[in-house]
Design a protein around this ligand. Structure first.
Ligand SMILES: NC(=O)c1ccc[n+]([C@@H]2O[C@H](COP(=O)([O-])OP(=O)(O)OC[C@H]3O[C@@H](n4cnc5c(N)ncnc54)[C@H](OP(=O)(O)O)[C@@H]3O)[C@@H](O)[C@H]2O)c1
Length: 340
């Protein structure tokens, strides 16, 4: 069987596809024949050695994969051969087959497609965690999101509708204006417009209730300024560390240097909160399982429906990742590993 490998730190041209032996299900494990694997921005950062919490090279990336159960290890209960599932692989999802612990495999309702399943966990799970679990978003709240047209951005837009948010403001690059407006978000050109001003203008000068920042660097302090007294800022990514598909130590260093060190005394007097969010490092897995259960219900009730930008055959993984590097995606990018 085939799997994608990151052999070492590198650009998209470093990615390899290897022929390897099929995995066997150890005790308590399940082998899943993958149909779709989600691509996340974190996968690009890992390839550049900028992520910090990935396995040592060489390794196979891929947090999430949908597919069919083909083998069950000893002691596995509640699943049968042929079941359609979503596998929270952690790493290794970019593969025709994966073997993972039973606790990370969830049966799919009949109505949920493989595309929907692979597009939901990381993006919607993260968005749900911030807005609902940490943020306790209420009807009428206002929200700022960056990369509004991307995987997490489109998930945030849909969850804001579910929550009854009054205003959702989103930054993205210029060609995405029409798309961002079509998902009910006030578009702000990330290059030429001042999102702090737009946030203030649209909230009677107060600022937004929730500012969701996956950019880091100087952007984070501006997101804080765009937030009202009593508001919440969520810091959950460092996209400003990335410049093109090859690692740029200068960009990474600039991001680190410019990321603000907040003063708790000032935060106290403004009643503002800053959450650091890393879904891959949540200690309590039941929290994420709860999010998936809530999201599954929203999907069945047609309250959310992931926007798929494109699906690429896995042999074209380098082009698929380049599509994200080039800031072209509108919604989620998936890899197709289904048997032909
Ligand atoms: N902490 C967590 O647990 C967690 C979980 C999920 C995602 N995240 C973070 O959330 C962000 C979005 O993730 P995603 O997977 O949904 O990706 P995404 O938003 O679908 O993908 C990339 C988009 O980001 C924008 N972008 C900004 N800087 C970029 C750069 N240097 N290179 C390429 N594109 C850049 C581009 O759109 P525009 O320039 O048009 O806006 C691009 O289309 C990432 O920072 C990611 O690390 C964090």
């Amino acid at each position: 069987m085939k799997k994608v490998i990151y052999p070492k730190i590198g650009g998209v041209d470093s990615i390899e596809i290897l022929d390897v032996e099929e995995p066997r299900a150890s005790d308590g494990e399940v082998v899943v024949r993958v149909h779709r694997a989600g691509i996340n921005f974190a996968d690009l950062m890992m390839r550049q050695g900028l992520y910090g919490s990935n396995p040592d090279f060489p390794f196979t990336p891929g947090y999430e994969a949908s597919g069919v159960v083909t083998s069950l290890g000893k002691g596995v209960e509640g699943l049968e051969l042929g079941d359609r599932v979503i596998a929270m692989t952690g790493f290794g999802g970019y593969s025709e087959k994966v073997s993972i612990p039973r606790s990370r495999v969830f049966k799919l309702p009949d109505s949920v497609t493989f595309d929907q399943a692979a597009a939901i966990p990381v993006t919607y799970g993260t968005a749900y965690h911030m807005l609902f679990h940490l943020g306790r978003i209420s009807p009428g709240d206002s929200v700022l999101i960056h990369h509004a047209a991307g995987g997490v951005g489109t998930a945030v837009a849909q969850l804001c509708k579910v929550a009854g948010a009054s205003v959702v403001i989103g930054t993205a690059s210029a060609p995405k204006r029409e798309f961002v407006e079509s998902i009910g978000v006030k578009f702000v050109d990330r290059e030429s417009e001042d999102f702090v001003k737009v946030c203030k203008d649209m909230t009677d000068g107060k600022g937004v209730h929730h500012a969701i920042d996956p950019v880091g660097g100087r952007n984070l302090m501006r997101s804080y300024k765009a937030t009202r007294r009593g508001g919440k800022v969520y810091f959950f990514g460092a996209s400003s560390a990335v410049k093109g598909d090859k690692r740029s130590i200068i960009s990474a260093f600039r991001m680190w240097l410019n990321t603000p060190k907040f003063n708790p005394i000032k935060m106290m007097s403004s009643n503002k909160a800053i959450f650091g969010v890393h879904m891959g490092l949540l200690d309590d897995s039941t929290i994420f399982e709860g999010h998936l259960t809530a999201l599954s219900k929203m999907l069945e009730d047609n309250e959310i429906d992931p926007i798929i930008d494109s699906i690429w055959r896995f042999e074209r993984v380098a082009e698929a990742q380049m599509h994200m590097h080039d800031r072209k995606n509108r919604g989620k990018i998936l890899l197709d590993f289904a048997p032909e």
